[in-house]
Write a protein that binds this ligand. Structure first.
Ligand code: NFS
Length: 648
């Protein structure tokens, strides 16, 4: 018997999970259950497949082999496996950044491109950072040089990444002194693959250091380049109202779900969905219009910039198809479950792959081509429109839930948000922290994982943090979970926030949980930290700030890379379920203790219980407040007792 409430906290998801159970259709949760018990060696991080003398595994109880055939210990094996996860995650983010840099360059070089460079102020500011002459030069020329320079950083061999210089001086020095400053993006990822090859590095500390360096090349390189070039290309987000959950799908419209990560495609799909010719065709086939809905991070990209509603997050991808109302699902790269192809076969839903890097057997592939972006987007949408006729109306069941949210917060927008249009500044944020209205800031990000009830940890942590006056910046699927739970509207401050945070939210009309966007946009959290430091009064380095990070329901390798660049930047971070290091005591102690703390001024904790995790973050923030000699919280005596911790 399936209990949908054990699988998701979202009523819309529960409805579709029940439907799948009734119709005996397998979803990720069923496949997860069928996989039990999962391989203990894998969970503990102590199996090695890096060469063909193996596979090897270490006996965690000490009764069997304690070394692989080559002599690698549990710590070496776990460290190698872990940083290979960093390599894959950093590669995924950075390859996204690279693709965007190509689109950017194409748009800059070609006046007839379907793309334009929308945020020219940001273009000029970034050009200056890259040391590009901007005065008395046509903007196109500046853009071409910027595109070339940004692209060159991926293959850069020596030196430092331009955006790493956005970090405070103390952090830059620390990275230089500890040998963690990334030299190039691809280089650090390649070095991981080399260093973890059979018979290379046998020092787990040295292995972990390379993991940190590669992760930093993601956070202050690949991902950050992606965010900034996307802002220039598609416009920097500003607060925008939208809706989320399966209720955004409409019975009378052609429903097109855009799923994946890279906005080069989704932005064009948004444009093409308004094409009069296609709208006319939609009417001819009996629909009242074309309805676009986002899924996962590409959904966040178009939500942040265009206000396009989001159908859901990672574990909603199958549930959307379960409504029987999705006429077309367009996917590009990352976090697309291979299962959607088979599931779509049970329905009329058409799936289209678009990236040469991500195909599925039996699924139609229409390659996205930035040189003919609009044309390709139109061709794809037309397939959705034509497929509307194949829908079986008697099988359509769309949950009602659609929740309001405000998205579109960026590090730059905080200036206006808190300082006002006439006096844009970070001062009010710093003052609110110093005076004890806001305790600190938390970045809560990352995926969903069927091992935990979907959304329970994201929402649990976020609510507990804001109740204790911690402002939450949420990204990726965490942001989508919080939005579904109604935490991303200004009214949420009255319902859930502590008195100090509520006052701040009330004054400026902002939600207590701010949506910063997709996972590459987690870099906006780093930039916000830099701005707070620049404004003054809260220390010299990111590790001085009363901030903390969390990835409560993580599952992807990208989440590992994010975790390591966040900790590598000096931010204490709590992961929900442990990283696969628990069979390697020295590695576990290093990343959760003194070892990494001495290196970068921050460390990890693992805590699956959301309330306990929130309180680990709050304690850390309190410690940082003490070190900064900040006074007590303004309404401390009125602070509420933590809710009893649920048994985990
Ligand atoms: Ni992030 Fe986006 Fe979601 Fe996890 Fe996947 S969608 S890049 S990896 S699952 S948050």
């Amino acid at each position: 018997m399936v209990d949908p409430k054990q699988r998701s906290i979202d009523p819309a998801a529960q409805q579709m999970i029940q439907r799948a159970a009734d119709e005996q259709i397998d979803l990720a949760w069923d496949r997860y259950e069928a996989m039990q018990p999962q391989c203990g060696f894998g969970q503990l991080g102590i199996c090695c497949r890096n060469c063909h003398m193996g596979p090897c595994r270490i006996d965690p109880f000490g009764n069997g082999p304690q070394r692989g055939v080559c002599g690698a210990t549990a710590d070496v094996i776990a460290a190698r496996n872990l940083i290979r996860m960093v390599a894959a995650g950093a590669a995924a983010h950075s390859d996204h950044g690279r693709d965007i840099a190509h689109v950017f360059l194409q748009a800059a070089c070609n006046p007839d491109s379907d793309y334009e460079l929308k945020d020219q102020d940001k273009l000029l500011a970034l050009a200056e950072e890259y040391d590009i002459e901007v005065d008395s030069r046509p903007i196109q020329e500046v853009a071409v040089e910027l595109g070339e320079k940004a692209l060159a950083e991926f293959g850069q061999q020596d030196g430092e990444l331009v955006m790493s210089h956005r970090a405070p001086e103390a952090r830059i020095q620390r990275w230089r002194e500890t040998g963690l400053m990334p030299r190039g993006i691809d280089r650090e990822i390649v070095q991981i693959m080399h260093q973890t090859h059979i018979g290379v590095d046998a020092d787990y500390r040295n292995i972990l250091k390379q993991g940190l360096r590669a992760a930093l090349s993601d956070g202050w390189g690949g991902s950050m380049i992606a965010t900034d070039l996307q802002d220039i290309l598609f416009g920097s987000p500003e607060p925008v109202r939208s809706k989320i959950n399966l209720g955004v799908l409409k019975e009378d419209k052609v429903n097109i779900v855009v799923h994946g990560h890279e906005p080069a495609l989704s932005e064009m799909i948004v444009e093409a969905a308004r094409d009069p010719e296609l709208l006319k065709r939609a009417e001819e086939v009996g629909a009242t219009g074309i309805n676009l809905a986002g899924m996962c991070c590409t959904g966040l990209e178009i939500l942040m910039r265009k206000g396009v509603p989001a159908a859901g997050s990672f574990l909603h991808q199958e549930l959307a198809i379960m409504t029987g109302a999705v006429d077309l699902m367009i996917v590009d790269v990352q976090c697309i479950m291979p299962a959607v192809a088979e599931l779509a076969d049970c329905w009329h839903t058409k799936v289209i792959t678009t990236s040469p890097k991500a195909k599925m057997p039996g699924v139609e592939h229409i390659e996205f081509d930035e040189h003919h972006a609009y044309e390709v987007a139109k061709r794809i949408i037309r397939l959705g429109v034509e497929n509307f006729a194949n829908r079986q109306p008697q099988r359509v069941q769309i949950p009602e839930e659609e929740t309001e949210l405000v998205g579109g917060f960026t590090a730059e927008y905080v200036y206006t948000l808190l300082g006002g249009r006439f006096r844009p500044s970070y001062r009010p944020l710093n003052d609110a922290i110093i005076s004890g209205r806001i305790r600190g800031v938390a970045g809560v990000v990352g995926c969903e994982n069927p091992e935990l009830p979907q959304g329970s940890c994201h929402v649990g942590i976020a609510k507990e943090l804001i109740k204790n006056d911690v402002l939450v910046l949420a990204g990726g699927c965490s942001a989508l979970s919080d939005a579904r739970a109604g935490l991303m509207v200004p009214e949420a401050a009255f319902k859930y926030a502590g008195k100090g945070l509520r006052e701040v939210c009330e004054t400026v009309g902002m939600p207590p949980v701010l949506n910063v966007g997709s996972c590459v946009d987690n870099t906006r959290i780093l930039i916000a930290c830099c701005e707070v430091l620049k404004e003054g009064g809260l220390g010299q380095d990111i590790s001085d700030l009363p901030v903390a990070g969390a990835a409560p329901e993580w599952m992807s390798e990208k989440a590992i890379s994010i975790g390591y660049y966040v900790v590598g930047s000096g931010i204490y971070t709590v992961f929900g379920t442990p990283q696969p290091v628990m069979g390697a005591p020295a590695v576990r102690d290093f990343i959760t203790g003194e070892g990494i703390e001495q290196l970068v001024g921050a460390r990890f904790d693992f805590e699956p219980d959301p309330i306990k995790a929130a309180h680990l973050m709050i304690e850390h923030i309190n410690r940082k407040r003490e070190e900064l000699r900040l006074g007590p919280m303004m309404y401390e005596s009125e602070a509420q007792e933590p809710e009893p911790v649920a048994a985990s």
